[in-house]
Design a binder for this molecule. Sequence first.
Ligand code: 4NP
Length: 158
Amino acid sequence: MPKVLFVCLGNICRSPTAQGVFMKLVEEQGLAHVVAADSAGTHAYHVGEPPDPRAQEAARKRGIDLSPQRARQVVERDFETFDYLVAMDTENLAFLCSLCSPRQEGKVRLLMEFAPGSGLRDVPDPYYGARNGFERVLDLVEEAAGGLIGHLRAAHRL
Ligand code: 4NP
């Protein structure tokens, strides 16, 4: 079963949103018994906290409940547990690559790789920005999550 860990900086905005959007699509496509996901942050500032209320509100409007999630920090063991560590931006990507062994680097990916039509590499950090930043995160994540599921279907014959 492919296991995916979505990773951002604080684990309260982008990666919980990505986990929620991804799992909704996974369920809609009847893949919940064969794909698993979690999320984590590169930093520990918000460990134990639920997702940012602005992220929760934006996701709720699209039928996604982020409230059960709690922030945690990436741990070394994640590189063993998960098949894909999917970074929300290039900073998160560099951080993950600095933590793992060369053997594990192939597991570290950038979310927006799975939405090649967007021409973007980063999901912009909405934490200090305007409220519509959270809508933008949802739009980008929805597009890339669909691409990621397509990749998993092909690579794992799901
Ligand atoms: P996230 O957003 O990485 O998408 O969860 C942030 C959350 C908190 C902080 C920065 C980004 N912070 O500096 O506390």
